[in-house]
Each structure stands twice: as structure tokens, then as C-alpha cells.
Design a protein around this ligand. Structure first.
Ligand SMILES: Cc1cc2nc3c(=O)[nH]c(=O)nc-3n(C[C@H](O)[C@H](O)[C@H](O)COP(=O)(O)O)c2cc1C
Length: 138
């Protein structure tokens, strides 16, 4: 069964730009053979990641990611069975959202901004809303 999981977490101070590069290298190394796709957004303080693939594979990846010392307070905000992938060609698309902040402030509606803040706070649990917002970054 295909499934899609979204979580948010706090990026720790030890997670430097170099560590982000290493995370991306792990994604590149591991995700294609596991048929895992998705997106990873990060700012100086936060991560939002959407991963999709076979349910068992996604769960074991999530278990591994949760234990990663480069972030904390990993909180799942949605987990759903899906018919098809939303990001089939991204073995892990990434965006530094601190740099898009200015654009973000002008380009999206007040309602979207509210949803985004709620996602980051782990309060938004409407998977569809989260997905729609993440799609705008890609
Ligand atoms: C925010 C975040 C997202 C991550 N996403 C992935 C991922 O999609 N795929 C992956 O293999 N590792 C990911 N990792 C890294 C894993 O926690 C782990 O370090 C890595 O998979 C170990 O790879 P290895 O078994 O090849 O050494 C992520 C780590 C963090 C902190």
C-alpha cells in the first residue's frame, strides 16, 4: 500500500549547512532503491518533510529519521494511504525556506500563511491542506 507521511521537527544547532548536505547525500544514496520520494523544506529552525512510498518502507524510514540527532521534537502531522504519489520524480526535493521568506510574505494569502504557521507548530492536521501548500514550493 502506498502511503504518504508528513512531519515537522526542530532543526538543532549542530545541524550545519554541511550536515544538510550529508542528509541530502543519504537521501540520494538510499531513497531511489526504496522507491521513496518526497520533499524536505528547511529553515534555520525547522524541518518539514513529506515522504511517500510503500507503508512499511515509510514507517521504517520514519523510525530511523526520528532518532537522528540533527533534529528534535519530531512530530507526525499526517499519515495517509494514497493512490498515487504527489512528488513521483523527487527522490527528495529540497528547499531552504528561510531564503524564500520575503517571497512567501507577499506571494501567499493570509489564510495560507496561517496554515503554514500551524503546520510548523504541528497544529495543522488536514493532510490535503498541508499537501497543497507543500506543492507550491515545487
Ligand atoms: C530532517 C531529516 C530528513 C532525513 N531524510 C532522510 C531520507 O529521506 N532518507 C534517508 O535515507 N535518510 C534521511 N535522513 C537521514 C537519516 O536520519 C540517517 O542519518 C540516514 O538515512 C543514514 O543513512 P545510512 O544508513 O546510509 O548511513 C534524514 C535526516 C533528517 C535529520
Amino acid at each position: 500500500m502506498l502511503s504518504q507521511l508528513v512531519y515537522v521537527s526542530n532543526r538543532k544547532a549542530n545541524c550545519t549547512a554541511e550536515e544538510i548536505e550529508k542528509i541530502l547525500a543519504s537521501c540520494k544514496q538510499n531513497n531511489p532503491s526504496l522507491n521513496i520520494t518526497g520533499v524536505l523544506l528547511y529553515s534555520e529552525a525547522k524541518f518539514i518533510q513529506l515522504v511517500e512510498g510503500e507503508a512499511k518502507v515509510i514507517m521504517s524510514l520514519y523510525d530511523k529519521i526520528k532518532k537522528d540527532p540533527r533534529h528534535s521534537n519530531v512530530m507526525m502531522i499526517s499519515y495517509n494511504p494514497i493512490k498515487e504519489k504527489s512528488f513521483p520524480s523527487w527522490h527528495m526535493g529540497t528547499r531552504d525556506i528561510s531564503k524564500t521568506d520575503v517571497q512567501f510574505k507577499t506571494d501567499i494569502s493570509t489564510e495560507d500563511k496561517k496554515v503554514f504557521t500551524e503546520i510548523l507548530g504541528g497544529k495543522e492536521e488536514n493532510g490535503q491542506k498541508v499537501l497543497n501548500l507543500l506543492k507550491r514550493f515545487f
